[in-house]
Design a protein around this ligand. Structure first.
Ligand code: C5P
Length: 221
């Protein structure tokens, strides 16, 4: 099946772009950050220690994650909202740092690609999981633009607990973790097209990627 990878840091606009792109192409949108979040949530629910890498990998191997009509399901249950709460975000770090959990997630992600054409978003999709992808895009943006986008997303969710400054601070720490992870670190693949999204609308970004997809013969319209 065909694959477009969208990697990059949090707040660069990956999720909205991946969703719209997938819907325009009629492909599946695979949110791999949501998959790591789902493992973290499952670990919290079952009291699996976040320091026990073996137990986390075993858990990752046995849960079922599905994407259905814009929802994320864990063993059939809608967890779309729960995986975004701060407690789960914090628990996602050790989960995503564990190489054997990443192996399980990589297998699950490759299995999805056997059944569906994918627009997949994450950190390591173009580098580790799908080095053969037909089109690789890396979305980036300035720290302030990313924090502003995150702030706006929180406000839309009715969450006014954080200032932009606090978001900037936690974003910096998260970036450090994402870039310095020994396996699956966040980086642009050598053959990725880098799009700086500051000042671009969602439509600008998606149209740019669609143009690239057309040039590569991934879409007829
Ligand atoms: O994209 P999102 O913020 O939902 O990702 C949650 C966490 O999962 C990120 O902080 C990142 O460290 C991790 N992640 C990852 N590999 C991916 C996608 C996300 O390590 N492919």
């Amino acid at each position: 099946m065909k694959i477009i990878t969208l990697d990059g840091p949090a707040g660069a606009g990956k999720s909205s772009a991946a969703k719209l792109l997938a819907s325009k192409l009629g492909w599946c949108h695979m949110d791999t950050g949501a998959m790591y979040r789902a493992v973290a949530l499952a670990a919290l629910q079952r009291n699996v220690s976040l320091e026990n890498e073996k137990a986390l990998a075993q858990l990752a191997a046995k849960i079922e994650i599905q994407f259905q009509s814009g929802l994320v399901l864990l063993n059939g249950e809608d967890i779309s909202a729960e995986i975004r709460i701060d407690r789960v975000t914090a628990a996602t770090r050790p989960v995503a740092d564990a190489p054997s959990v990443r192996e399980e997630m990589t297998t699950m992600q490759r299995n999805f690609s056997k059944k569906f054409n994918l627009v997949t978003e994450g950190r390591d999709q173009g580098t580790v999981v799908f080095p053969q992808a037909e089109l690789k895009v890396y979305l980036d943006a300035s720290p302030t633009a990313r924090a502003a986008r995150r702030y706006h997303e929180r406000i839309v969710r009715g969450d006014t607990s954080c200032s932009v400054e606090q978001i900037l601070d936690s974003q910096f720490k998260r970036d450090q973790g994402d870039k310095n992870r020994p396996v699956g670190a966040m980086e642009a693949a050598k053959d990725a097209i880098i799009i700086q999204t500051d000042g671009l609308t969602l439509e600008n970004v998606v149209n740019h990627v669609l143009d690239l997809a057309r040039v590569r013969g991934l879409t007829s319209n």
